[in-house]
Ligand binder design. Structure first.
Ligand SMILES: *Cc1c(COP(=O)(O)O)cnc(C)c1O
Length: 478
């Protein structure tokens, strides 16, 4: 048996790399990263490819090892080329992501040391780092001490945990689910509808409240609906407001909604996945005033803090409510219960083993300081206004309302022919060209193009390029 074990050991030891191997792997990887970043400005924002990355299937998992150079070559041609390039400053579709370099370094360190950040006992320092990030965001929202939260993989999961916490905080039972009402607008992110399903509330009513001309929840209508529902014996469960809708960038009137939620004792959640970090700017503070009245909020560092994908956050004003909703004990975790100085992420989310997500947020905030983040966000707000003003110089362009944050929408109305057909063609033409990326949406049957500025690499020259591509394509199609 010893012989057999030793033989296996020999093979298993291949999983441990030598210093030399590590240096070589790291050099190849950083060279790849350098090549990617240094050519980024010349690269298109979107590549409409034939093969769509099919080449990755030419690398099946086999018993024998493969060469890193070869794997990187396949990554380059099959992964980092086709489709949308979210790292590009010319990406202004959907809600752009980021990809701060220090976050990549943090992910590297987190993976090498592999600290276990599920429970405070196992990695107290790492958990403190995560809790620092959460506290910083709670301060940004304006929540008091005693607030808590969790670093999630994204906004969708944060919204789900919030809804479950709201459900658990109410005294409704399964038999009441069909009487429960969740208030929002038609512009709410679709992940909220998914969250309702996952929370077992499929039978609850999702009540969409009418919106004003700027696509913000009408608060009078909200209060009337709540009163009418109570009268009918229904159970108002939560109000899901948006601080920056994904489609149009609208911010619901949080102050008034907060007062209504208070008056009627309803859990008030703000989905600020997209807009939340604009709270670092004066303008953002103004349009989102009242956000501190909410019971919980979702905010996505992989959007407004420019982190790579995989970073969302849920914040809860009364941390105990989140703990009561998510905490569970297990026999095999008994040793961990003696360390109680700080909340453990596992007690505040459905996850147990998890990525040390806090480090990728903590490192850039420490290395750069907060100031460049604030400047970048102010810049994005102004770039959007600049675009909104300039695009109106093009004859035939019709714009949506003044951008509240960093989303603007517009369409071209041709001299003759169906505007929807024209704008569909226009967006397809922009995608085919690929130099810049915009997305489209439809509102009550009308197709619009959207500009969403949130990548930290988007600057004035990129907006000017977007404007000139738009002019060029309109001329081409008209
Ligand atoms: C992006 C977004 C979400 C979903 O967040 P993910 O991080 O993509 O899971 C939810 N709500 C709003 C308003 C968003 O913009």
């Amino acid at each position: 048996m010893e012989q057999h074990i030793k033989k296996l050991e020999q093979q298993a030891r291949k999983l441990e790399t030598s210093t030399k191997e590590r240096k070589s792997l790291l050099k190849q990887a950083t060279d790849y990263g350098e090549d990617f970043l240094s050519s980024l400005a010349q690269k298109p924002a979107y590549v409409d490819s034939e093969s769509m990355g099919k080449g990755v299937y030419e690398l099946p998992f086999e018993e024998k090892p493969k060469d890193f150079d070869h794997l990187l070559a396949v990554l380059k041609s099959e992964v980092d080329k086709p489709g949308l390039n979210p790292a590009s400053g010319k990406h202004a579709g959907y809600i752009p992501g980021g990809g701060l370099y220090p976050s990549a370094i943090a992910d590297y360190l987190a993976a090498v040391t592999n600290r276990y950040t599920g429970v405070f006992f196992s990695s107290p320092g790492a958990v403190r780092i995560e809790n620092m990030c959460i506290r910083w965001m709670n301060d940004l929202i304006g929540y008091p001490k005693g607030a808590s939260g969790n670093l999630t993989s994204g906004g969708s999961i944060a919204n789900l945990i919030a809804l479950v916490a709201a459900r658990d905080d109410s005294d409704i039972k399964a038999k009441d689910f069909s009487q429960s009402v969740i208030y929002t607008t038609q512009q709410v992110h679709h992940c909220v509808v998914k969250a309702i399903k996952f929370a077992g509330l499929r039978e609850a009513t999702l009540q969409t409240i009418p919106m004003d001309s700027r696509f913000r929840m009408k608060t009078d209508a909200l209060e009337e609906q709540i009163k009418a529902d109570r009268k009918d014996g229904l159970i108002p469960l939560t109000i899901f407001a948006s601080a920056g809708t994904t489609d149009l960038g609208a911010v619901d009137p949080l102050n008034k909604i907060g007062d209504i939620a208070n008056r009627h004792n309803i859990w008030f959640h703000v989905d600020a996945a997209y807009g939340g970090f604009f709270l670092l700017t004066d303008h953002g503070k103004e349009v989102m005033s009242g956000i501190e009245k909410s019971d919980s909020a979702t905010i996505d560092p992989h959007k407004g803090l420019f982190l790579p994908y995989g970073s969302g956050a849920l914040l809860v004003k009364d941390g105990k409510k989140l703990y009561d909703s998510q905490h569970m004990s297990a026999n095999y975790l008994q040793d961990t219960y003696k360390a109680t100085q700080e909340a453990s992420p596992a007690d505040l989310s459905p996850e147990l083993s998890k990525h040390f997500r806090g480090l990728r947020m903590w490192l850039p905030l420490q290395l750069f300081g907060v100031q460049p983040f604030r400047a970048a966000l102010e810049e994005k707000l102004l770039l959007t206004r600049y675009f909104y003003d300039k695009i109106q110089d093009i004859d035939g362009i019709e714009v949506g309302p003044d951008p509240e944050l960093s989303v603007a929408f517009f369409r071209y109305v041709p001299d003759s022919g169906d505007p929807n057909t024209f704008n569909k063609k226009l967006v397809n033409e922009i995608h085919r060209d690929g130099r810049v990326f915009l997305s489209s949406t439809h509102l009550n049957g009308t197709i619009y193009l959207r500009l969403a500025v949130l990548n930290f690499r988007t600057h004035l020259e990129d907006i000017d390029l977007i404007l000139s591509v738009l002019r060029e394509k309109i001329n081409l199609l008209e």
